[in-house]
Structure formats: C-alpha cells, structure tokens
Design a protein around this ligand. Structure first.
Ligand code: GLC
Length: 799
C-alpha cells in the first residue's frame, strides 16, 4: 500500500534528458537516455494521449474502457523543436515537452497555460510484483477546481481531497467513505474559466490527490501498469465531458419503460407477494413499469434457477405481470455455487471457466450461496458462454431486464472483501493478476450479461443494471449507487453521486430511493422520491430488514406526494427520452451540475445541490426535515417557478418557499417542455395530443423533442421523429417555428400548447401565415391552444 509520502519518496525515479524523437503519423515518440519512452498520440485536436514506458519498449496496447468507435481525426498537427523543448501543436492546443526532464505543459492557442507538470511522470520500481508504481504530478493554481471521478460520496468539487479507486462492496457506506463500488479515473479541472480533463486509463488501484497533500499540486498514481492518460481540452466543461464520454462510449437507447418507475426490495417473494405489490400500484394509481426479483427467487441462490416453492411457474407469472404493464427484472450475481448437482457449476468446471489462484486451484470465496467459484469474465469465451445462459430467462420466461450485483467482486467474511490479488485473469489474452483485473471485473460481467439479454430480447431492447463499473461500462449497462442508508445525509450524497456519475460518462444512474439500509421516515421517503424522479434511473429499493418501503408503507400524504411526483416523471417522459437521446447521440450528460451549466459564473464552482435536469429544468432537492423552503442559487438567465409560473432572474441566491408536496423546480424561459398524459406504465394509453408547455421569453430559444417506437431498433434506420422548436418572443408577439426530421410518424395528430408567461393579451393567431379563428375566452381562461401538429410556424400576435 502506498502511504502519504508517495510523491516525495526517495526511491523514485525520473526520466532524464530526451536524446531522440520520431514522428510517425499521429504519434510522436520521445526517448530519454534512461530508456523512458513517451508516446504522444493526437487523437483529436483537443484529445491527446500520453503513454510512458520505462523499459525501452511498450507492452501490448489494450484497454477495456476505450470505445473502438470513438471519433478521432484532427485538423492540424505540427511537431517542432526549439532550444529547450519540443512542441506539438494542433488546432486547439500546444503541448511542450522539456528536453531536459521530459516534463510537459499544455497551452491553448493564445498561450494561456492549461496544465503543467510539477514533478511530471516518475515511478517507483515494484520489487514484489515487478513493473512500477507509476506516478504523475501536476502543478495546480490557486482557485483551481476539480470534478468527476464517478460515484464518490463527497462534495462535487473535489479540491482538497484524496480519493482511491478500488471497486469495493461498501455496505451502508458513509459520506466521504472511500473507496466505493465504481472506478472512473477521470477528472475535470477548471481554472481561469477554462476546463480540461484527464482520463488515467489504468485498471490497477489508483489514487487521485487534488491539492490535499500539497496545496498547489494535483497528482495521480497507480499500483501497477502504465502511466497512460488522455488529456482533453475544453475550454467548456461540455467539451471535456462529451469528448470523454465519446472516448469511453455511449449506450444505445434503453426501452422507454426503463425510464419509468421501478420498484424493488430484498426480496419480493413468494409470487403472491409480488402480485400484491403490483396490484397495489395500480389500485393507488402510482405509475410503475418494473418490478424486481432479488436473490430469494433462486433455488439456494444458484444463478439461473428458480425456487419452485415461491415461484412455481415463472413464465406464467411474468406474463401475467406483463399484461398489467409490469416488466420483471431479476438479479444475477457472479458467484456460482460449488455444487456438483448444479448444471451451471458443472458446465463452467468442465469448460475451465472459473478464475484460478496463482498456483492453480480455483478461486473460492463465500457469497450468498455459500462457497462459490467465479467465472472469469475477462475471458471472451466465458463472456460468450455467460451470454448464452440468459436464453431461458429472457426468451422462454420473458424476463425483461437483468440486475448484476456483487460484481466488485464481493466476497464475504474476508478482510479485503474481495479476491486475493494473486487470482489470475485472461484479460482478453493479456493474462494478469487480480491487481490489474479487479476494477474491470464488474464491467466485463455486465458486458457479458448485456450481450446475452440483448441477443434474446431482440428485436426489443435489453435492460441491464450493474453495481460495479469501470469507465466505459455505460456502453452496456445502467447502474445504481449501491447500499446507501435511509438518512438525510444520504439523500445529500445521492444527489451528488448521480450528478457526478452524469459528468463521468455514466449517466443512466440512480440511488436506492428511500435508502437501502435502515428505514426512512415518511418525510424522508417523500423528499427522496421528489429528487429520485429527476434521476435518469428511478428505483425504490431497500434491504427489507426494517419493514416495507413501498409508497403505501407510509401515510396518505406521502402516498399522494409519491403519486404526484412519479406522475410528473411519466408526464415528462418525452423530455427525459430526448435527453437520453442527446446522451447517446452527442454524449451530453443528462444531468448538469451548475458548474457544468455555467462555468464562467464562479458562484457555481462549489454548488452541490442544484442541478439542471436535461437542458431546461432546474431542480433543487429539499435535504432537511421540516423544511418549508430553502435557499438556493438560481443560475444566470431567466427562469419560471414551475409551481407558481412566477418569473425570476438568476445569478443570485434566493429563498424559495415550498410546501411538503413540492421541491424547488424552475423552467428556463423560452423552453418548450413536451409532456405525455399520465400513464400507469409506458404504452398504457393511446393519445392524440402532445402537450407543449411554452415558457415565454423575450428573445430566442431552441427546444427539441425526440421520439420513436419506444423500443426496438427501427430508430437506427431513421424511424424516429425529431422536432426542433425555435421560439422568438417580442414585446407583443410570439413566434414558434417547428422543424421536423426523421421517418417516424408519431401516433398523435395534435399539440396542446400551454402558454406560460405571455406578457400580452392575444389579438390574432396565425398558422403558417393564415389567420385562424380561435375562441378568445377559452384562450384567456386556459391559456392553451389545440392545433394540428402539421405546421411550421405559429404566430401569436398581441393587442
Ligand atoms: C447487495 C445489493 C443489494 C441487494 C442485496 C441482496 O447488498 O447491493 O441491492 O438487495 O445485495 O441481493
């Protein structure tokens, strides 16, 4: 284990002077006289990879994180040599490499320093394991801020913190507890209103220090592997996040139902219990799309089996639930029970698919089923076999989604909670120990699961959720933040974790609403659901140890609040789906912390609570008991209070009154927010109108709405509908222009347009330059208009 003084360690080695360099296409190699080679590869004008070796040659280049189809190609690349340094220039940045010690610095084209090595690359030789402990330190200027790193349960701005990346089953983790379940060695630096990103693609245990050990130094290091990192230039945070997300991959669209509400508990059984839960949702008219089966559905926790006493006929049950709109999601863990009578165990044993210890025995550890062996998901043949195992669950029984858990991998009753480090892995033909494979084990499991569910769900879309993940896991799976606690502090943590995951490329994430461990009060549950409906993944889950956590476990008021907020989420489904589409298409994070939204405004740099849901809705949870409102920061621009339609000017902190059945919600002026009618599950209703809430603005604003068949792959063949709206507001006029793309014809034929904040009385309305008749009184009373969707310009003219 590396201790506090790793950066000052006397035994550290450093590159000496550069003695030669070669330029080959997109890469430049620099050699020092102590056999260090730095390979600089320009992937895009604002995306540069730095790879170091101390051996005099590079080992095989392999990464699970990088998406092979990421965009690359640059406009300009020039390599030059001046007296003290070499310079690599692209159309966005200039990178200088000092001849004397290989330290590097990166500038924008106006010569503003973006990032500069402090000690730069250095290393400590590891006698015990071979190879190096690889280290990097950068100078940090006063006022610099740091963001990113996945699921860390701490302030959004990581300045002053030291963090550790080692996937860990952290039951009932606490605020600031390290490490957690996921590993995203990617951070964003913000200084002088300019943003850059660093992705340290190294799966060994890594550490990041953001001016914690030394005030003006940020650093990162790994217990093995290569110093291999990507530098991403902004200058906007959006540029950094979208480039990183594109580099590590975007998911496909989930089925729309997966954006509905999910209900889970450890565990719903027997069948009658699950059916009661289903019926109660419908009776209380709380929308719900997915119900989960936790480990007790299995026979002795053996994956891919059913407890026939609790669930005598799973296929019938799943079909009956489906008739009522419920999709069944089942848990599958990595541990395979050691049991000679168990077919999956026997097959894996025969095929030699389990992970082995260094000296040959199979890796054996206790999980729910007792002693288990564990498939080596880093072996492509094992992944292929695993994918095939989902045939019965998905094709025959009709399960719609799979939940992968305990895949850090978690092992019980051992101090390190996981495999010993000598366990061997295939690592896709790059054999290694668990030191290197630990952090990506969960992702490779989720990947195999995803391919299996996808294969058998086809032509429908798969749904997979995982607890552990490494950067890039978003290509295969959604995720949740693990075993949190029913406390107010954890509500605060959940809010930050999900925002942080969003800017770390892994946007389809949520927390266990209400808290997994312990029991929330009704008030806490209500406050959590009010936040949870604004998270991309929205699921209530609990350990079930302390009672129930269905909405009806609480009083009427809480039930009403749950219904109100879950219904609002269902109304906002087209808005939510559109932000998902922007995520898969343009890598834009679905939730935007305030600093992402407006990095130029320094007021946003340390904000934790408020965030932008999609592009146009500002959300701020209530995080304390007995609150009748709260102080919050409204970002710059004009906003409408969602509940009162009152306009506020941002750029300041204000007090917002909210009743128990509200949280502060604001809509950006100029927005057009699409809404569906409230449905009890996705696809329940056929409807003939899309509601558009138009928030008046003086000036211009764009809004978009993406729709398709809500499942299946036709959207990839152009069968989608993409509406771009532009509003132009003037003193006595409002113009709405629509542009339509795509080959999908939505089922509805009309828009119901609600006008909010119109500053004038309407005299005339024109559609595509033709005056229409309208009933002034209805318009004035309701402020809405129902019109045929086939128009290109709507013109509202004031008196
Ligand atoms: C783990 C999971 C939790 C699940 C439980 C039983 O603690 O994080 O969500 O309910 O295992 O499977």
């Amino acid at each position: 284990m590396i201790t506090n003084t790793e950066l000052e360690y006397k035994g550290d080695l450093y590159p000496t002077k550069i003695v030669s360099f070669e330029h080959e296409v997109d890469s430049v190699f620099f050699h020092t006289d102590n056999s260090v080679i730095l390979k600089v590869t320009v992937l895009r004008d604002s995306l540069i990879r730095f790879r170091f070796t101390t051996k005099g040659y590079f080992s095989n280049d392999f990464s699970y994180a990088i998406d092979k189809s990421h965009s690359h190609g640059y406009n300009f690349l020039e390599v030059s040599e001046v007296e003290d340094y070499y310079q690599i220039k692209t159309s966005k940045v200039q990178c200088r490499i000092q001849k004397i010690d290989m330290r590097l610095s990166i500038f924008d084209l106006e010569d503003h320093l973006i990032l500069e090595d402090e000690l730069g690359f250095h290393w400590e030789e590891s006698y015990e394991y071979g190879g190096n402990i690889v280290k990097m330190s950068k100078s940090s200027k006063d006022g610099e801020c740091f963001y990113g790193l996945g699921d860390k349960a701490t302030q959004l701005n990581l300045k002053g913190k030291r963090l550790e990346n080692f996937a860990t089953d952290q039951y009932a983790f606490q605020k600031d507890q390290e490490p957690l379940y996921k590993v995203v060695p990617f951070y964003i630096g913000l200084h002088n209103k300019k943003t850059y990103g660093i992705f340290f693609d190294n799966t060994f245990r890594t550490y990041f220090d953001f001016c914690h050990e030394r005030r003006n130094v940020s650093s990162y290091w790994a217990e093995g592997g290569e110093m291999n990192y990507y530098f991403i230039y902004g200058p906007q945070m959006q540029d950094v996040v979208t480039t990183f997300t594109d580099l590590t991959g975007k998911p496909e669209l989930p089925p729309l139902w997966a954006l509905g509400y999910h209900q889970c508990k450890w565990s719903y059984y027997p069948e009658s219990n699950l059916k009661e839960v289903a019926a109660k949702f419908r009776e209380l008219k709380i929308p719900c799309d997915a119900l989960y089966l936790d480990i007790d559905y299995m026979e002795g926790f053996r994956c891919f089996t059913w407890n026939k006493e609790y669930f005598p006929d799973p296929k019938r049950m799943v079909a009956e639930l489906a008739e009522d709109g419920f999709k069944t999601v089942v848990i599958i863990d990595p541990g395979i029970k050691i049991d000679k009578e168990y077919s999956i165990y026997k097959e894996a044993l025969e095929k030699d698919y389990f992970c082995k210890r260094a000296d040959g025995p199979y890796m054996k550890g206790k999980v729910w089923p007792g002693e288990c062996n564990f498939p080596d998901y880093t072996n492509p043949a094992v992944r292929e076999w695993w994918a095939g195992l989902f045939k019965e669950l998905v094709s025959d029984i009709g399960v719609k989604g799979v939940w992968n858990d305990m895949n850090e991998p978690a092992v019980m009753e051992v101090p390190n909670k996981t495999f010993p480090m000598d366990v061997r892995h295939d690592y896709d033909g790059n054999p290694c120990s668990h030191r290197k494979a630990h952090n990506i084990y969960g992702t490779q499991m989720a990947r195999a699961t995803y391919h299996g569910v996808k294969r058998f769900a086809y032509p429908k879309r798969p749904f997979v959720i995982t607890r552990s993940a490494y950067a890039g896991a978003q290509r295969y799976s959604s995720s949740w933040t693990g075993d949190n606690v029913a406390s107010w502090e954890h509500l605060w943590v959940a809010n930050i974790q999900v925002q942080r995951m969003s800017i770390s490329g892994m946007g389809f994430t949520g927390s266990d609403i209400g808290g997994f461990a312990e029991q929330p009060s009704g008030e806490l549950y209500a406050r959590w659901i009010q936040l949870g409906v604004f998270h991309p993944f929205c699921r209530t889950h609990s350990s079930g140890d302390h009672g129930n956590q269905e909405p009806w476990a609480f009083d009427e008021e809480v039930i009403d609040i749950t219904r109100k907020f879950v219904s609002l989420r269902y109304q906002l489904l087209p808005y939510l789906y559109t932000m998902f589409w922007q995520y898969i298409e343009e890598a834009i994070p679905m939730l935007k912390p305030l600093v992402y939204y407006d990095q130029e405004d320094i007021q946003t740099h340390y904000r934790n609570d408020e965030f932008i849901f999609g592009n146009q809705i500002l959300v701020c949870p209530i995080l304390e008991p007995n609150s009748l409102g709260r102080r919050m920061y409204i970002p710059r621009g004009h906003w409408y209070n969602y509940w009162t339609n009152q306009e506020v000017k941002g750029g300041k902190e204000i007090w917002v009154d909210t009743k128990f059945d509200q949280i502060p919600l604001f809509v950006k002026s100029g927005s057009i927010i699409p809404k569906y009618p409230i449905q009890q599950y996705v696809g329940e209703l056929e409807f003939d109108e899309l509601t558009l809430d138009v928030y008046y603005k003086s000036g211009k604003e764009k809004s978009v709405v993406y729709e398709d068949a809500q499942d299946g792959y036709d959207y990839k063949k152009g069968r989608y509908s993409f509406l771009s709206f532009q509003i132009i507001g003037k003193e006595k006029e409002l113009i709405i222009q629509v542009h339509k793309e795509g080959k999908y014809d939505t089922n509805y034929s009309k828009y119901k347009i609600n006008f909010i904040g119109l500053p004038f009385k309407v005299k005339n309305i024109e559609i595509d330059n033709e005056k229409i008749l309208f009933d002034k009184r209805t318009f004035e009373n309701g402020n809405y208009l129902i019109i045929d969707k086939e128009f290109t310009e709507l013109h509202i003219i004031g008196e």
